[in-house]
Design a protein around this ligand. Structure first.
Ligand code: FES
Length: 194
């Protein structure tokens, strides 16, 4: 029975390739795709993504075979779920046991000291939101953080600070655009040689 469920999940795997969906999948699997695990799954989804965007609610509804209207209703009923993005950038620090013993609390303390925001808060300029999560399911990479759409393992307060500063200054975005344009050039060259 579980085998069938796994096969079903693989068939409707999220096509975006966004690694954050893998973390949601782990919670789905942990609860064996049971529909009454909806709130737990939404909790994980919000911890990982920062808020519950439409695409995410659709994914959860499909994986649990629940009507989207039901999932949407639950997400809007509970005040601790947010359907809108908070800051321009989001940093979620895992505070599960494995990450905690590997100094995840130092990362949270650094965020508070550097940016003046505690978990659950957004900077006054709406640039950065900070959150904490329970185990994100990647304990081997502890301590784990999720910045925007990237899951980063073995982080320190210093590496997290450097990563956030790069994003706030636009360096990461510039690097992503450069990589995307390099990919386009390679694809064009490959198409020309065919
Ligand atoms: S405790 Fe952080 S990923 Fe498991």
């Amino acid at each position: 029975m579980v085998k069938n469920k796994s096969r079903r999940a693989a068939e409707i795997e999220h096509p975006s390739g966004d690694p954050r969906f893998n973390l949601v999948d782990r919670t789905l699997k942990r609860f064996q795709y049971q529909q009454d695990a909806l709130i737990e799954v939404l909790h994980t989804a919000q911890e990982v993504f920062g808020f519950l965007e439409d695409d995410l609610l659709i994914y959860v509804a499909r994986q649990l075979k629940l009507p989207l209207s039901w999932v949407y209703g639950v997400a809007t009923f509970y005040h601790f779920f947010s359907l809108k993005p908070q800051g321009e950038h989001t940093c979620t620090v895992c505070m599960g046991t494995a990450c905690y013993v590997k100094q995840a609390a130092e990362i949270v303390a650094m965020l508070q000291a550097e940016f003046g925001v505690a978990p659950g808060q957004t900077t006054a300029d709406d640039k950065l939101s900070v959150a904490t999560a329970r185990c994100l399911g990647s304990c081997g990479l502890a301590p784990v953080i999720v910045i925007d759409s990237d899951v980063l393992g073995r982080q320190t307060a210093d590496s997290t600070l450097a990563e956030i500063k790069a994003r706030l200054s636009g360096q990461i975005r510039a690097r992503q655009l450069e990589a995307a344009s390099a990919n386009d050039e390679v694809e064009e060259m490959e198409a020309e040689t065919l």
